[in-house]
Design a protein around this ligand. Structure first.
Ligand SMILES: [Zn+2]
Ligand SMILES: [Zn+2]
Ligand SMILES: [Zn+2]
Ligand SMILES: [Zn+2]
Length: 255
């Protein structure tokens, strides 16, 4: 899959010794024009490159937001077909800063993070409505969309461009959220904000209105807590640890 990451430079006939990069038969000169594969960068004969096969080049999408289809050799077309549904494209492997300048990907990361939190509720729900089963069915074969937030497959690329992927995931999120907020079992797995001690159940998938402690995972209203305030649950653990240390020190002295 690492070969998917790079943009390859176009090769030259001289470098290829006037031979096809696929089958090594002579190309160029009297043998007819050589055809460029826009993925491998190599030059090919008309058997190995039909001039009819086109694909979206992943590196161009992730690096430049360029979704145009480009001509490729037969072998590359086949390779792309073989792996088209595999979660083979890791957005941050292409560019760690992708979310700061490609808005589509930033929006997708948001909804996928929400789905990840939501899936923890749905997949463990055991009510007759069986929301977990429904969620599994709707994401069948595409589980990576809520498990590995940065990963995409080749078939996702046109759906990213058209906005359809974001739409589908948003719908799925809305479906799941509706279930969780109306389900007695799921609600019990929600959180109570320890900062304001209100009785309203809150959920970590409500990214806009909640804050999740990165250390202990406790969930608060975003207006009650942020990363600059001390988390009450973490503080409690700290003081408990301190008490234990003091107690053992005391008993050491007694001996
Ligand atoms: Zn050839
Ligand atoms: Zn439920
Ligand atoms: Zn609160
Ligand atoms: Zn905490």
């Amino acid at each position: 899959a690492s070969m998917l990451l790079t943009l390859n430079q176009e090769c030259s006939l001289v470098k290829q010794n006037y031979r096809c990069a696929g089958c090594s038969s002579p190309i160029g000169l009297i043998y007819g024009p050589a055809r460029v594969c826009n993925f491998s960068g190599g030059l090919y004969c008309s058997d190995c490159h039909t001039d009819a096969d086109e694909v979206i080049i992943p590196a161009r999408v992730f690096l430049n937001g360029d979704y145009s289809k480009r001509k490729v050799c037969r072998a590359v077309r086949q390779f792309f077909q073989d792996i088209e549904v595999d979660p083979a494209l890791d957005a941050i492997q292409f560019d760690r800063n992708i979310y700061s300048y490609q808005r589509e990907f930033a929006a997708l990361l948001d909804v996928r993070t929400q789905l990840q939190h939501l899936s923890a509720f749905l997949l463990t729900c055991r009510t007759p409505e069986n929301a977990g089963e429904e969620f599994r069915k709707r994401t069948y074969g595409k589980e990576y969309l809520y498990i590995q937030q940065h990963v995409y497959s080749l078939v996702d690329l046109p759906l990213i461009q058209s906005g359809q992927l974001h739409q589908q995931l948003t719908k799925l999120f809305q479906y799941g959220k509706l279930h969780v907020s109306g389900c007695g079992l799921c609600s019990m797995k929600g959180f109570l904000c320890e900062a304001c001690r209100s009785d309203a159940v809150i959920f970590p998938f409500d990214l806009d209105s909640t804050f999740r402690c990165p250390i202990c995972g406790a969930v608060f209203h975003s207006e009650c807590m942020d990363r600059f305030k001390p988390c009450p649950r973490c503080e409690r653990w700290k003081s408990r640890e301190k008490n234990q240390v003091e107690q053992t020190e005391q008993s050491d002295q007694e001996i």
